[in-house]
Design a protein around this ligand. Structure first.
Ligand code: SF4
Ligand code: SF4
Length: 478
């Protein structure tokens, strides 16, 4: 054998109790190191370039020679150790020819009946002043979806706002149209909606239930926390109305689990308390947290200390998630569940999300945006539903963002999970959606290490958890 070298950027080790877990960065796979493979890895770490005589000197008499050869070969196959041959391309350069669009987000009304102090929506207005999407624009959006991806079996239509319930007339028209159109072409369509819940009625809940909507309610926790930011136009807290409507919704809704979306801002950081209220008191099936680190209004952004507090809280809740998972229960902590799913499936992402590739958001005028957070922003749109996608500019954006040659992400150990972070976070923080979200990389890396520990423990003591709660969820496309 010639000289072998460790490829540091492809390997990361996490100590989990008394076990050594190897995180294979290119494929997001986990392996447990046994005594021999751990010792081989240590040799490469300590010795720099390693020769056959180094291996003999270190291991002769300690392990059978064939086992040593096999252990080294495993590391070579994983591109963790290299003998000078070219490494396998990790994420081949992305070349976008066609956009595999399966999700279209319709911004049905820029108006909202609440006036949340931290709201990021750049085109937000009160309902009376809101601009409503015309049915023709929605219809053209659906045509675009079908013409861009004619061969798919299943599509998603997402209703967004402002507050989408303030334009129910359009939602009903779109649902009626889609439920005729898609089945007639032998295809399925799903509907999703995020609401502040204040306009929900029993009749509306039954309507959504009948059409199997995936519903998410924006709610920030118990009254004292929720009311800090989620206020009516008159400045009063909205908790009492939202909690009552959410309870009514959860009592009546049968077709799909209902989730809560929490926006964490300055002063709203107690993750465990918020989850406890939303999951145990209100009864949501899932609770997801979005930390605001880069909004327009500096006052609401989490500072460094608060962000660290948020991640501490996420870890405390992560331990509760782990304890429950060991008893084969899922406590609906969405952020943790997503990480478990990524680790279980070995997700290796060239891009942080489907924005601009599998998903586009349509603004009231029919402009195509990367996702719902960009509608109304100053970032140029990428075509219109009438004229089609601006393929040149959108593919250039996606291809350039996926290229890690000139950014620190190229050697980051979570590069295939984070993939440079959310475009809108980057846009809000650096005025540039191309810029990686460098402002909380260390916290993200620590969070993934924590997740590796949780995953390894659940896998060791109750692997059935993944069969019960992860694989079927994927199989259902949810
Ligand atoms: S943004 Fe930071 S954490 Fe994410 S991949 Fe890039 S370097 Fe890593
Ligand atoms: S760009 Fe950010 S906000 Fe938009 S879909 Fe992607 S992760 Fe979500």
């Amino acid at each position: 054998m010639g000289e072998l070298r460790l490829i540091e950027r492809n390997v990361h080790e996490v100590a989990v109790d008394d076990r050594r877990m190897l995180f294979h960065v290119p494929t997001t796979s986990l392996f447990e190191l046994d005594g021999l493979s751990g010792a081989v890895l240590d040799l490469f770490r300590d010795a720099g370039p390693v020769s056959a005589s180094d291996v003999r000197r270190c291991f002769d008499g300690r392990f059978p020679p064939q086992d040593i050869v096999d252990a080294i070969q495993d590391l070579i196959d994983l591109d963790i150790v290299n003998d000078g041959r070219p490494l396998k391309p990790e994420q081949p350069p992305i070349k976008i020819q066609n956009f595999p669009l399966t999700t279209i987000v319709l911004n049905v009304n820029t108006g909202c009946n609440l006036s949340c102090s931290y709201c990021y929506k750049e085109d937000l207005a009160t309902p009376a002043e809101g601009d409503r999407m015309a049915f023709e624009t929605a219809k053209n959006s659906i045509e675009l979806l079908l013409s861009e991806s004619p061969d798919r079996d299943r599509y998603n239509i997402v209703f967004f706002g402002g507050e989408p319930l303030s334009n129910m007339a359009l939602i009903r028209d779109v649902v009626a149209h889609a439920e005729e159109l898609f089945p007639a072409r032998g295809k399925q369509v799903d509907f999703t909606l995020t609401t502040n819940a204040t306009l929900l009625t029993e009749e509306l809940v039954d309507y959504f239930d009948a059409h199997r909507f995936g519903l998410t309610v924006s709610m920030d926790g118990p009254k004292a926390l929720h009311d800090r930011n989620r206020k009516t136009v008159g400045g009063k807290g909205s908790y009492d109305v939202v909690a009552a409507k959410a309870r009514m919704l959860l009592n009546r809704y049968r077709s799909r689990p209902v989730g809560a979306r929490v926006t964490l801002t300055a002063g709203v950081t107690d993750v465990v308390r918020i989850w406890d209220h939303l999951f145990n008191d209100i009864g949501f099936h899932e609770v997801g947290f979005s930390p605001v680190t880069a909004g327009d209004i500096e006052l609401f952004n989490l500072n460094g200390a608060e962000l660290a507090e948020v991640f501490d809280g996420m870890k405390r809740l992560g331990r509760l998630y782990q304890d429950a998972a060991l008893e084969n229960r899922n406590i609906g902590f969405s952020n943790m569940h997503q990480l478990m799913t990524d680790l279980h499936e070995g997700s290796s992402k060239a891009l942080p999300c489907g924005a601009g590739v599998g998903m586009l958001a349509v603004d009231k005028d029919g402009g195509l945006n990367l996702c719902h957070r960009f509608t109304g922003s100053e970032l140029d749109t990428f075509g219109t539903v009438e004229d089609g996608i601006d393929r040149t500019n959108l593919s250039r954006f996606i291809e350039d963002r996926a290229d890690r040659t000139h950014v620190d992400c190229g050697t980051c150990r979570i590069r295939n999970l984070c993939s440079g972070g959310c475009y809108h976070e980057s846009y809000a923080r650096y005025s540039d959606p191309m810029h990686p979200t460098y402002h909380y990389c260390d916290l993200m890396r620590d969070w993934v290490d924590f997740g590796v520990g949780v995953y390894s423990r659940i896998m060791a003591h109750n692997p059935a958890f993944f069969e019960t709660y992860v694989t079927p969820r994927r199989a259902n496309g949810k």
